[in-house]
Design a protein around this ligand. Structure first.
Ligand code: SAM
Length: 258
Protein backbone atom coordinates (compact mmCIF):
# COMPACT_ATOMS: atom_id res chain seq x y z
CA UNK A 1 0.00 0.00 0.00
CA UNK A 2 1.42 3.44 -0.86
CA UNK A 3 0.64 6.18 1.64
CA UNK A 4 -2.64 7.86 0.62
CA UNK A 5 -1.96 11.37 -0.65
CA UNK A 6 -4.32 12.94 1.86
CA UNK A 7 -2.30 11.53 4.73
CA UNK A 8 1.18 12.50 3.68
CA UNK A 9 2.60 14.90 6.24
CA UNK A 10 3.24 18.33 4.75
CA UNK A 11 6.45 20.24 5.51
CA UNK A 12 4.31 22.37 7.88
CA UNK A 13 3.14 19.22 9.71
CA UNK A 14 6.76 18.16 10.19
CA UNK A 15 7.64 21.58 11.54
CA UNK A 16 4.79 21.38 14.09
CA UNK A 17 5.93 17.94 15.19
CA UNK A 18 9.45 19.23 15.73
CA UNK A 19 8.01 22.06 17.83
CA UNK A 20 6.17 19.54 20.01
CA UNK A 21 2.76 20.43 18.57
CA UNK A 22 0.10 18.16 17.08
CA UNK A 23 0.99 17.63 13.43
CA UNK A 24 -2.64 17.05 12.34
CA UNK A 25 -5.96 18.44 13.51
CA UNK A 26 -7.37 16.13 16.16
CA UNK A 27 -4.04 14.46 16.87
CA UNK A 28 -2.47 14.68 20.34
CA UNK A 29 0.90 16.42 20.73
CA UNK A 30 3.71 13.95 20.00
CA UNK A 31 5.12 11.85 22.86
CA UNK A 32 8.33 11.53 20.83
CA UNK A 33 9.53 12.05 17.29
CA UNK A 34 9.40 8.60 15.69
CA UNK A 35 12.80 8.91 13.95
CA UNK A 36 14.64 10.78 16.71
CA UNK A 37 17.05 8.15 18.02
CA UNK A 38 19.84 10.61 18.94
CA UNK A 39 22.35 8.78 16.79
CA UNK A 40 23.04 8.10 13.15
CA UNK A 41 21.18 5.26 11.48
CA UNK A 42 23.12 1.99 11.91
CA UNK A 43 22.73 1.04 8.25
CA UNK A 44 24.16 4.41 7.14
CA UNK A 45 27.09 3.97 9.53
CA UNK A 46 27.80 0.62 7.86
CA UNK A 47 27.63 2.15 4.38
CA UNK A 48 30.11 4.79 5.49
CA UNK A 49 32.46 2.23 7.04
CA UNK A 50 32.38 0.26 3.79
CA UNK A 51 33.45 3.29 1.74
CA UNK A 52 30.07 4.28 0.31
CA UNK A 53 30.41 7.99 1.13
CA UNK A 54 32.81 10.25 -0.74
CA UNK A 55 33.34 13.85 -1.81
CA UNK A 56 30.76 16.52 -1.06
CA UNK A 57 27.81 14.95 0.76
CA UNK A 58 24.16 16.04 0.74
CA UNK A 59 21.95 14.72 3.57
CA UNK A 60 18.53 15.61 2.21
CA UNK A 61 15.58 15.72 4.61
CA UNK A 62 18.22 15.65 7.34
CA UNK A 63 15.76 16.22 10.18
CA UNK A 64 17.54 16.67 13.51
CA UNK A 65 20.90 16.16 11.84
CA UNK A 66 22.32 13.05 13.52
CA UNK A 67 23.25 11.37 10.23
CA UNK A 68 24.98 14.54 8.98
CA UNK A 69 26.79 14.93 12.30
CA UNK A 70 28.03 11.35 12.20
CA UNK A 71 29.31 11.77 8.63
CA UNK A 72 31.05 15.04 9.54
CA UNK A 73 32.64 13.31 12.55
CA UNK A 74 34.10 10.79 10.09
CA UNK A 75 35.76 13.60 8.14
CA UNK A 76 33.19 14.20 5.38
CA UNK A 77 32.11 17.59 4.11
CA UNK A 78 28.34 17.58 4.65
CA UNK A 79 25.37 19.78 3.77
CA UNK A 80 22.13 18.92 5.59
CA UNK A 81 18.89 20.31 4.16
CA UNK A 82 15.38 20.02 5.56
CA UNK A 83 12.02 21.71 4.98
CA UNK A 84 11.50 22.35 8.69
CA UNK A 85 13.12 25.43 10.23
CA UNK A 86 12.64 23.90 13.71
CA UNK A 87 14.55 20.76 12.69
CA UNK A 88 17.39 22.81 11.23
CA UNK A 89 17.66 24.92 14.42
CA UNK A 90 17.98 21.76 16.50
CA UNK A 91 20.39 20.14 14.01
CA UNK A 92 22.67 23.18 14.31
CA UNK A 93 22.53 22.89 18.12
CA UNK A 94 23.40 19.18 17.99
CA UNK A 95 26.31 19.81 15.61
CA UNK A 96 27.67 22.51 17.92
CA UNK A 97 27.34 20.14 20.91
CA UNK A 98 29.14 17.42 18.95
CA UNK A 99 31.88 19.87 17.96
CA UNK A 100 31.54 19.21 14.23
CA UNK A 101 30.94 21.49 11.26
CA UNK A 102 27.94 20.81 9.01
CA UNK A 103 26.24 23.29 6.68
CA UNK A 104 22.58 23.06 7.69
CA UNK A 105 19.89 24.96 5.78
CA UNK A 106 16.14 25.04 5.20
CA UNK A 107 15.14 23.87 1.70
CA UNK A 108 12.26 22.17 -0.04
CA UNK A 109 13.60 18.96 -1.58
CA UNK A 110 11.02 19.13 -4.36
CA UNK A 111 12.27 22.56 -5.45
CA UNK A 112 15.98 22.23 -5.02
CA UNK A 113 17.75 25.24 -6.56
CA UNK A 114 21.11 26.89 -5.94
CA UNK A 115 23.02 23.61 -5.57
CA UNK A 116 23.67 22.66 -9.20
CA UNK A 117 26.59 20.27 -9.73
CA UNK A 118 27.60 20.39 -6.07
CA UNK A 119 27.42 16.90 -4.59
CA UNK A 120 29.17 13.53 -5.01
CA UNK A 121 27.06 11.54 -2.52
CA UNK A 122 23.42 11.94 -1.53
CA UNK A 123 21.94 10.37 1.59
CA UNK A 124 18.15 10.17 1.83
CA UNK A 125 17.24 8.67 5.18
CA UNK A 126 13.44 8.42 5.20
CA UNK A 127 12.54 11.47 3.11
CA UNK A 128 11.34 9.88 -0.15
CA UNK A 129 8.29 8.20 1.40
CA UNK A 130 7.14 11.60 2.75
CA UNK A 131 6.52 12.90 -0.79
CA UNK A 132 3.63 12.31 -3.17
CA UNK A 133 4.38 10.97 -6.64
CA UNK A 134 4.78 14.39 -8.29
CA UNK A 135 7.00 15.45 -5.42
CA UNK A 136 9.10 12.29 -5.80
CA UNK A 137 9.64 13.00 -9.52
CA UNK A 138 10.58 16.65 -8.90
CA UNK A 139 12.85 15.65 -6.03
CA UNK A 140 14.79 12.95 -7.90
CA UNK A 141 15.13 15.21 -10.97
CA UNK A 142 16.45 17.93 -8.64
CA UNK A 143 19.00 15.52 -7.18
CA UNK A 144 20.28 14.88 -10.70
CA UNK A 145 20.89 18.62 -11.14
CA UNK A 146 22.47 19.00 -7.69
CA UNK A 147 25.02 16.23 -8.25
CA UNK A 148 28.06 15.58 -10.40
CA UNK A 149 28.30 12.77 -12.98
CA UNK A 150 28.86 9.42 -11.23
CA UNK A 151 27.47 10.68 -7.91
CA UNK A 152 26.09 8.05 -5.55
CA UNK A 153 22.66 8.01 -3.96
CA UNK A 154 21.80 5.96 -0.86
CA UNK A 155 18.06 6.09 -0.25
CA UNK A 156 16.11 4.47 2.60
CA UNK A 157 12.29 4.36 2.64
CA UNK A 158 9.42 2.39 4.20
CA UNK A 159 8.75 -1.06 2.83
CA UNK A 160 5.74 -3.29 3.30
CA UNK A 161 7.73 -6.07 4.94
CA UNK A 162 8.04 -6.55 8.67
CA UNK A 163 10.87 -6.89 11.16
CA UNK A 164 9.94 -9.63 13.61
CA UNK A 165 6.31 -8.59 13.27
CA UNK A 166 6.90 -4.83 13.37
CA UNK A 167 5.30 -3.11 10.38
CA UNK A 168 5.66 0.41 8.99
CA UNK A 169 3.27 3.06 10.30
CA UNK A 170 2.84 4.69 6.91
CA UNK A 171 2.45 3.18 3.49
CA UNK A 172 5.45 1.67 1.86
CA UNK A 173 6.99 2.54 -1.47
CA UNK A 174 6.66 -0.20 -4.09
CA UNK A 175 9.86 -1.35 -5.73
CA UNK A 176 8.43 -0.41 -9.15
CA UNK A 177 7.96 3.20 -8.01
CA UNK A 178 11.62 3.46 -6.99
CA UNK A 179 12.88 1.78 -10.16
CA UNK A 180 10.70 3.92 -12.46
CA UNK A 181 11.35 7.25 -10.73
CA UNK A 182 15.09 6.82 -10.44
CA UNK A 183 15.71 5.51 -13.94
CA UNK A 184 13.45 8.14 -15.52
CA UNK A 185 15.52 10.85 -13.86
CA UNK A 186 19.05 9.80 -14.73
CA UNK A 187 19.93 7.35 -11.93
CA UNK A 188 21.05 3.73 -12.34
CA UNK A 189 20.19 1.33 -9.53
CA UNK A 190 23.07 -0.83 -8.30
CA UNK A 191 21.16 -2.49 -5.47
CA UNK A 192 17.61 -2.41 -4.14
CA UNK A 193 16.58 -4.62 -1.24
CA UNK A 194 15.18 -4.99 2.25
CA UNK A 195 16.84 -3.42 5.27
CA UNK A 196 15.99 -1.86 8.63
CA UNK A 197 15.69 1.63 10.09
CA UNK A 198 15.98 2.44 13.76
CA UNK A 199 12.94 4.17 15.22
CA UNK A 200 11.91 5.60 18.58
CA UNK A 201 9.35 3.21 20.06
CA UNK A 202 8.06 5.89 22.45
CA UNK A 203 6.34 7.48 19.46
CA UNK A 204 4.25 4.39 18.74
CA UNK A 205 1.75 2.27 20.58
CA UNK A 206 1.38 2.68 24.32
CA UNK A 207 -2.14 2.40 25.71
CA UNK A 208 -3.43 5.25 23.56
CA UNK A 209 -6.52 4.95 21.40
CA UNK A 210 -5.98 6.12 17.85
CA UNK A 211 -7.81 9.53 17.91
CA UNK A 212 -11.21 9.36 16.23
CA UNK A 213 -10.95 12.98 15.02
CA UNK A 214 -7.75 12.09 13.20
CA UNK A 215 -9.14 8.83 11.83
CA UNK A 216 -12.02 10.77 10.24
CA UNK A 217 -9.56 12.76 8.10
CA UNK A 218 -7.70 9.71 6.87
CA UNK A 219 -8.51 7.15 4.18
CA UNK A 220 -9.75 3.89 5.80
CA UNK A 221 -6.70 1.87 4.72
CA UNK A 222 -4.36 4.37 6.38
CA UNK A 223 -6.41 4.20 9.61
CA UNK A 224 -6.29 0.41 9.48
CA UNK A 225 -2.51 0.50 9.07
CA UNK A 226 -2.04 2.92 11.97
CA UNK A 227 -4.30 0.84 14.22
CA UNK A 228 -2.39 -2.34 13.32
CA UNK A 229 0.89 -0.61 14.17
CA UNK A 230 -0.45 0.60 17.54
CA UNK A 231 -1.76 -2.86 18.45
CA UNK A 232 1.50 -4.58 17.56
CA UNK A 233 3.54 -2.07 19.54
CA UNK A 234 1.34 -2.53 22.60
CA UNK A 235 2.02 -6.25 22.46
CA UNK A 236 5.79 -6.07 22.00
CA UNK A 237 6.60 -2.96 24.08
CA UNK A 238 7.82 -4.91 27.11
CA UNK A 239 10.29 -6.90 25.02
CA UNK A 240 11.94 -3.99 23.24
CA UNK A 241 15.55 -3.12 23.83
CA UNK A 242 15.09 0.25 25.53
CA UNK A 243 13.07 2.68 23.44
CA UNK A 244 14.45 1.52 20.13
CA UNK A 245 12.72 -0.52 17.47
CA UNK A 246 13.69 -1.61 13.97
CA UNK A 247 11.24 -0.80 11.18
CA UNK A 248 11.05 -2.47 7.75
CA UNK A 249 12.71 -0.38 5.05
CA UNK A 250 13.97 -0.66 1.49
CA UNK A 251 17.43 0.59 0.65
CA UNK A 252 18.50 1.72 -2.80
CA UNK A 253 22.09 2.30 -3.81
CA UNK A 254 22.23 4.08 -7.14
CA UNK A 255 24.59 6.23 -9.15
CA UNK A 256 24.03 9.16 -11.44
CA UNK A 257 24.40 8.35 -15.08
CA UNK A 258 26.62 10.93 -16.79
C1 SAM B 1 11.13 10.76 8.58
S1 SAM B 1 12.01 12.23 8.76
C2 SAM B 1 13.70 11.66 8.61
C3 SAM B 1 14.71 12.63 9.17
C4 SAM B 1 16.17 12.17 9.07
N1 SAM B 1 16.61 12.02 7.71
C5 SAM B 1 16.39 10.90 9.84
O1 SAM B 1 16.53 9.82 9.26
O2 SAM B 1 16.41 11.00 11.08
C6 SAM B 1 11.70 13.04 7.19
C7 SAM B 1 12.29 14.43 7.12
O3 SAM B 1 12.03 14.96 5.82
C8 SAM B 1 11.68 16.32 5.94
N2 SAM B 1 10.89 16.68 4.76
C9 SAM B 1 9.64 16.27 4.41
N3 SAM B 1 9.26 16.81 3.26
C10 SAM B 1 10.29 17.59 2.85
C11 SAM B 1 10.53 18.41 1.72
N4 SAM B 1 9.62 18.56 0.74
N5 SAM B 1 11.70 19.06 1.63
C12 SAM B 1 12.66 18.94 2.60
N6 SAM B 1 12.49 18.17 3.69
C13 SAM B 1 11.32 17.52 3.81
C14 SAM B 1 10.91 16.41 7.24
O4 SAM B 1 10.90 17.72 7.76
C15 SAM B 1 11.66 15.41 8.10
O5 SAM B 1 12.68 16.05 8.83
Amino acid sequence: MTTPASFRPTPEAFDKLYRGEAAFEGAPPPTAIPWDVHQAQPRLMEVEALGGISGEVLDIGCGLGDNSIFLASRGHSVTGLDGSPAAIEEARRRAADAGVTVTFDVADATKLTGYDGRFDTVVDSALYHCLDEDGQQAYIAGLYRATRPGARLHLWCFSDGNVNGVIAPMGSIPESNLRDTLTANGWRIDFLGPTTYLGNALAFGGDREFPEALAEQMPPEAVEQMRAVTERFEKIAEFLDGDRVYLPFTVVHAHRVD
